[in-house]
Ligand binder design. Sequence first.
Ligand code: ADP
Length: 546
Amino acid sequence: MAKSKTQKHEFQAEVKKLLDIVIHSLYTDKEIFIRELVSNSSDALEKLRYTQLSEKDILDEKLPLEIEVSTDDKENTITITDFGIGMTREDLIENLGTIAHSGSKSFLEAVKEGEGINENLIGQFGVGFYSAFMVSDSVEVLTHSYKQDGEHLVWKSDGSGEFEISEGSGHRRGTKIVVHLKKDQKEFSDKDRVEGILKKYSSFVQFPIKLNGEQINKVEAIWLRNKSEIKDEEYEEFYKFQTNAFDEPTYRLHFSSEAPIDINTLLFVPKDNVERLGFGRMEPEVSLYCKKVLIDPNPKGLLPEWLRFLKGVTDSADLPLNISRETMQDSNLVLKLNSTITKRFLKFLSDEAKNNPEKYDEFYKNFGFFIKEGAASDFQHRESLQNLLRFESSKSESGKTVSLEDYVSNMGEEQKDIYYLFGPNRESLENGPHMEAFKAKDIEVLYIYESIDEFVMSNLREFNEKKIVSADNSNLELDDVTSEEDALSRVDSENLCIWIKEYLGDKVDKVTVSKRLVGSPVVAVNADEFMTHSMKRIMKVMNKED
Ligand code: ADP
């Protein structure tokens, strides 16, 4: 009988690099490969369950949706089997030959930029399926797609640059991954050791996991459980499981409500803002469930854009199970979810800012960008968002902040407007000539250091019916602070201004006598109140000759 052909394939260059790092790094937390493979199996089962909602013709319809792990300490293997969606030949080449996983991509980028391989990086990003090569001499993937006419395929590799695909026998749906362990990784073929690892994560997997035939987890969704019965550690393990992360979340919010829509939501703010660290734009990661069935792991439109840093789960029993990912965005229910979750989270932040301002300031340092983006772009939630903005000010200690509310409540009776000043840092603002009049008159000025702050200020324009104006604006109506004594005569000072204007020519719009300076001889002010410094810089870049 002719044996079926074996096709050899090269790994994509990035995968080779990734494998090289994974295999040769001395990363100590090797057990995570089990979490990664179980989580892939769980994804494959979720996908099958989702497909079942719309497709009738599914192979082995009756197979249970569960994951089997088996250890063999004689053969020195650990095997993970699921009856999930399986893979076709194209899927195998695409999924296990290239980098599909955005975490792996970021991982490689981080390695490229950094000086070396930081052990933490693997943990931070999770390298998915390829992590199996940390502990193995070779890995076999036996798989059969859920489609009736699918092939039974065997993928094999020792991780050194190539993989091969051949036809196998048998027709069962799903995927079986056999990890042939290295001699010194024998611990992962030990049942007790593996049980310990699985117990850590398995309580969050939405399908039964069996270890050598025995079910080891209770299947329950943590987000549907009663808050008072969940331990902090459980939340933390869930967060790590859900986001493939190793950090501890900054904030956690778990709530349920019945009106206007039935939802159970568990949200996390991660420790780091990876966008700020330069890893590109974040994708929505609050997964949408309906009665424990995953509808969409990354639903666009579930939350406003500026909340893209949130992670977690929302489960609504009111969603129709057969809602398609494509039409979801327009659904009225999703709009309701969006508004309910957003309002609730804003309320949470506002309480945190009040009750634990130091922690809030820490959060704001990391994630303030998103609050500012929201304040400038989300009209619906603007009011709550502007109350969450924080600034250093001429009256705050360095590093401490005030809110717009604080500012307004400290305003003297005669002060009409809210003042801010943009500059590189506190010191240069404090010592600059613009502050002289404000200091002399004891008026508080908000200090802002980033273009986005300036953008927000010029976008808000007012707060509590008080205009927000830049302290370097030429139209400022501050009462005189200089005295008439020792002053030049009117004619002399006018002549001086004419002379300076002639000397500077087109570089300035006009030169006038200022009444707002105390110690400095001159100050340059902004003549156009609608044009911020950042806008000017942008105009300059776009329109060089102008
Ligand atoms: P990630 O799971 O984060 O996408 P991986 O490198 O772990 O990244 O896996 C790459 C892809 O391989 C997955 O997205 C999935 O399409 C496919 N895959 C992995 N394991 C399985 C499995 N058990 N069943 C079906 N598909 C799988």
